[in-house]
Write a protein that binds this ligand. Structure first.
Ligand code: S3P
Length: 186
């Protein structure tokens, strides 16, 4: 039985710069699954960037949209007849208890992408994308520390330091295949 028939929704979580979107795209293409990047969903709904949403509606406004977008993506993942859905969350989405409850209800598999803070900072700077919560080094570091315990509630963890995007994607693919094995042999 194909992996896709067993696991319908896999969610990548982790701090800013962890590689959720890039690894997510690579992994979805390896699996032949649909890929959704939650920030992209919000930006296309609102017709503006995450940075502009933070500026206009504040973080609280952004978090409401983020929850609505997550619920929508999860609802659509249930309606899919074939294949699975891979979702890259923004770094703060998993921190919200309601979002974690929605993921649990949906039976989503959660995978944490990890890297040391210096590496996360380096990647964010290299990407050049405006991240409102990465502007100040102090805020970035405080958030990183404050979120660790919550991120560790993920079902799986993958270290990404010194690995290519494809290496990380391949590692997760193997992990998912192993996780599905008992059902495959039934
Ligand atoms: C945020 C992370 C961002 C984006 C927003 C808030 C956070 O996504 O959702 O700027 O709270 O960590 P990335 O993790 O993709 O950068």
């Amino acid at each position: 039985m194909a992996l896709a028939a067993l696991t319908r929704c896999v969610v990548l979580i982790g701090f800013m710069g962890a590689g959720k979107s890039t690894v997510g795209r690579a992994l979805a293409s390896r699996l032949g699954w649909t890929f959704s990047d939650l920030d992209d969903v919000i930006e296309s709904w609102q017709g503006k960037s995450v940075a502009a949403i933070f500026a206009d509606q504040g973080e609280a406004g952004f978090r409401k949209m983020e929850s609505a977008a997550l619920h929508d993506v999860l609802a659509r993942s249930h309606n899919k007849e074939h294949g699975g859905v891979l979702v890259a969350l923004g770094g703060g989405a998993f921190v919200q208890p309601d979002n974690r409850a929605a993921l649990e209800r949906a039976g989503a598999i959660t995978i944490l992408l990890e890297a040391p803070i210096e590496e996360l900072r380096r990647r964010c700077a290299a990407e050049g994308k405006v991240r409102p919560l990465a502007r100040e080094e102090k805020t970035f570091a405080e958030l990183f520390t404050a979120r660790q315990n919550i991120y560790r509630l993920a079902q799986y963890r993958v270290e990404t330091l010194n690995k290519s995007i494809d290496q990380v994607a391949a590692e997760i693919e193997l992990m998912l295949a192993a996780a599905n094995k008992p059902e495959v042999t039934q």
